[in-house]
Design a protein around this ligand. Structure first.
Ligand code: SAM
Length: 191
């Protein structure tokens, strides 16, 4: 599984994603939760001198995923929509390329913020429905078949808008790349 996913993603990684993972992952500090850990692509970008512990949650088991990168992480099988953790239990929550696949984005984002301590950071990168009309039309046109092939990933979600609407966060990094196909951010939970 890791081979297929990582090979498919390789051109995107090289062209764009690696740069933004490198920029954003060092914001993760203390007790870190990564939701939708997948093959562990973010591992090499963390600053482990600042990370006290890393909990890797995914709806698939570690065995199903076969992470490519090896690092001591606590692996937990679970769903973004109902995180199996107490309130305020993490200093950082990381989510990259996961909200395109979850059943309920609103619920997932609320869960990320619930398990974050006040003052903690939410770090995310997602692909979204592009703002440019022609690109949006293409994304909408291929979405049904794409979602069928990938079994869950949708090209027409706008998770960044749901995150931006939350009133208890303050952004310290926010932007887009690849002509607006990807949105990213680092937001501090204020209360
Ligand atoms: C496209 S992969 C992204 C992997 C990695 N985060 C990255 O940046 O490349 C999405 C991952 O999220 C997981 N996932 C999808 N929906 C989920 C959910 N509702 N709860 C937890 N994990 C989920 C999938 O099993 C998969 O490993």
């Amino acid at each position: 599984m890791n081979n297929i996913y990582d090979k498919f993603m390789a051109p995107l990684e090289e062209r764009w994603l690696a740069r933004y993972r490198r920029l954003l992952m060092p914001y993760a500090k203390g007790r870190v939760l990564e939701v939708g850990f997948g093959t562990g692509v973010n591992l090499k970008y963390y600053d482990f001198s600042a990370v006290e512990s890393l909990t890797a949650l995914d709806m698939k088991t570690e065995k199903e995923i076969e992470p490519a990168e090896k690092h001591p992480v606590r692996f937990v099988k679970g769903e973004a929509e109902v995180l199996p953790f107490e309130d305020s239990s993490f200093d950082s929550v990381v989510e990259t390329l996961v909200l395109c696949s979850v059943k309920d984005i609103e619920k997932s984002v609320s869960e990320f913020l619930r398990v974050l301590k006040p003052g903690g950071t939410l770090i995310f990168i997602d692909h979204v429905l592009p703002a440019r009309p022609l690109m949006a039309k293409v994304f909408k046109g291929v979405d049904v078949i794409w979602t069928k092939i990938t079994k869950s990933c949708s090209l027409i979600k706008e998770p960044h808008l749901i995150i931006e609407k939350k009133d208890n966060i303050r952004f310290i990094e926010k932007g887009s790349f690849a002509s607006g196909v990807f949105r990213y951010g680092v937001a501090v939970k204020e209360k």
